[in-house]
Design a protein around this ligand. Structure first.
Ligand code: PEP
Ligand code: MN
Length: 343
């Protein structure tokens, strides 16, 4: 159920409603809005009509059921008329879901200190606002490079120190959540782990915002249910990432589901970004799909960039060289403009 407070209702009245929700055995989730505050009461679906009486409390405007199976992730949690959406902040300077299109760039995996720091400087100079790089790599083959693990995390932290760019890296194992959270600004959950519910629940224990990638075979509803796991575990800062899904097409590594952008925007208040690198697997297609994503309303991009893709330890064929990334960034300005956004 959603409890919509009246515009200007006092903090005292809000706290009173929160207490009543708890008394009824539901957990309150507060979303503060510019106009009015909204409370989600999450718990046993069968008994939810008991919450209807909250409508009689002072300061409450209305109590409405959330019809979708995902509750906290649903757009209904926000004031739709005001087109209110979640802004997810990473560090003091990066905001997903605002006017600015956020670009994350960097190599698939952290390979060495020098190469990561050089790449970070290049992508920063080209206009990227965040650095990516995998320290724990979920690889299809057990014989492939698995990442530098904690050493890779230290290198990421050094690259942040050197450039000021906040860093995002993947966490694969529930046991490593605290370790990765200690080094990085944002935690990535990869496509292969989007339905690793034990891992998703652990994300409620950390303050870091989460970059949740869509699985290659998850429907949009399943994707939003995964986001719901993180939100209901107590971490409200989730950014969704469309990164291509598996189809019958083999010309590209995956098929970018561009329609996921407007569909997600209609159903959820969470920011949505696009990863054109994993979506195609081919660097030559990355620019076009980046433009398409921004034109379709994406709040950001995540692009793989490598100094020497020919010798990359992971995903070289889909990685842009810094010069091509710079071209992408320069041209992206026009598409951002056309979509009413800035870079
Ligand atoms: C990645 O971003 O490096 C990655 C492994 O992506 P995905 O989980 O989307 O395959
Ligand atoms: Mn990769």
């Amino acid at each position: 159920m959603i409890i919509v407070m009246q515009a200007g209702a006092s903090e005292e009245k809000l706290q009173e409603v929160i207490e009543r929700i708890k008394e009824l055995g539901y957990s309150p989730h507060l979303i503060r809005g510019e106009q009015r505050n909204v409370l989600g009461a999450i718990g046993d679906e069968r008994e939810k009509t008991r919450l209807q009486y909250l409508e009689a409390l002072p300061g409450v405007e209305r109590v409405v059921p959330i019809l979708r199976p995902y509750k906290l992730a649903s757009i209904e949690m926000k004031d739709e008329k005001a087109d209110e959406r979640s802004i997810v902040k990473v560090g003091p300077d990066v905001s997903f879901g605002g006017n600015k299109v956020v670009v994350i760039a960097g190599p698939c995996s952290v390979e060495s200190r020098d190469s990561l720091i050089d790449t970070a400087k290049e992508v920063k100079a080209a206009g990227a606002s965040m650095l990516r790089g995998g320290a724990f790599k979920p690889r299809t083959s057990p014989y492939a490079f698995q990442g530098l693990e904690e050493e890779g995390l230290k290198i990421l932290a050094d690259a942040r120190e050197e450039t000021g760019l906040p860093v995002v890296t993947e966490v694969v194992n529930p046991e490593d959540v605290d370790l990765v959270a200690g080094y990085c600004d944002m935690l990535q959950i990869g496509a292969r782990n989007v339905q690793n519910f034990a891992l998703l629940k652990r994300l409620g224990d950390v303050k870091n915002p989460i970059l949740l990638k869509r699985g290659m075979m998850t429907t949009i509803e399943e994707f939003l249910m995964s986001a719901e796991y993180v939100l209901s575990a107590g971490n409200p800062n989730v950014v969704l990432c469309e990164r291509g899904i598996r189809t019958f097409e083999t010309a590209t590594r995956n098929t970018l589901d561009i329609s996921a952008i407007p569909v997600l925007k209609e159903r959820t208040h969470l920011p949505v970004i696009v990863d054109p690198s994993h979506a195609t697997g081919v660097w030559q297609y990355v620019k076009s799909l980046s433009y398409a994503a921004v034109a379709a309303g994406a709040d950001g991009l995540m692009v793989e960039v490598h100094l020497q893709p020919e010798i990359a330890m992971c995903d070289g064929p889909q990685s842009l060289k810094p010069g091509t990334f710079k071209e992408l960034m320069d041209d992206l300005t026009k598409f951002a403009d056309a979509a009413g956004r800035s870079l």
